[in-house]
Design a binder for this molecule. Structure first.
Ligand code: DX5
Ligand code: ZN
Length: 217
């Protein structure tokens, strides 16, 4: 696959999500940030809203669960039809069991790490996942500055994935823009989340195309 661009609707107008989803119909998936004011200091929405987003979205959903107790809640999002479900390694009691459950429910199983979480514990578990998400900001808010210190983790994961010939996507989330996309792709990411960089643009679809073009150049 080429580089996938998944805009985060965290920077969209929450009073008009149907229209906002329509603005990114050229994207690969819609990145949906679920926050519980417990795992992160912010609160967005939960299953009832995601169910409606799923119903009106022209593209598949990429759920990013920044919540406590994903062992209980992540399968709910798979059941709602999210094509990909990302839970945080820091919050999961049994990440391998949870990943297997998500796959059994028909979703892609994805695991995320915050900036201060090492990726080494994941290296032997990679075949259990369809994707690893490396956060390049502290999770909780859109529009933060990209953390360059996270780049070596992306490189190490890409090396491990290639060395084992695995089909595991490598997603990066936080501060991705025209200014940082080159570094992210050079490090080895192939799925890019961009919130403010896409939704702040007058033409969101053009911003997606421009990011993809730059990433694939
Ligand atoms: C942050 C969220 C991100 C956020 C990215 O906790 O997980 O998906 O929306 O926003 P930008 O691209 O503005 O950093
Ligand atoms: Zn996110």
């Amino acid at each position: 696959m080429g580089i996938h661009i998944n805009p985060s609707i965290l920077s969209a107008d929450f009073s008009d999500l149907r229209t906002e989803l329509g603005r990114i119909s050229t994207a690969d998936m819609a990145h949906v940030d679920v926050m519980d004011n417990h795992f992160v200091p912010n609160l967005t929405f939960g299953p009832p809203v995601v169910e409606r987003i799923r119903a009106v979205s022209p593209i598949p959903l990429d759920a990013h669960l920044m919540i406590a107790d994903p062992d209980r809640w992540a399968p709910v999002y798979a059941d709602l039809g999210c094509a990909s479900v990302t839970f945080h390694l820091e919050a999961a009691a049994a990440p391998v069991r949870l990943a297997r459950e998500l796959r059994a429910l028909g979703a892609r199983a994805s695991v995320a790490v915050k900036p201060a979480t090492p990726v080494e514990p994941l290296l032997d578990l990679l075949p259990e996942f369809d994707q690893v998400l490396v956060m390049t900001v502290e999770p909780g808010f859109g529009g933060q500055k990209f953390l360059d210190v996270c780049l070596p983790k992306i490189t190490r994961l890409r090396r491990a994935i290639s060395a084992e010939g695995l089909d595991v996507a490598l997603q990066v989330d936080g501060g991705v823009s025209e200014a940082t996309v080159d570094r992210v792709v050079d490090a080895g990411a192939n799925v890019l989340v961009a919130g403010s960089a896409v939704y702040a643009a007058d033409d969101a679809a053009a911003a997606v195309a421009s990011l993809r073009g730059r990433a694939e150049a």
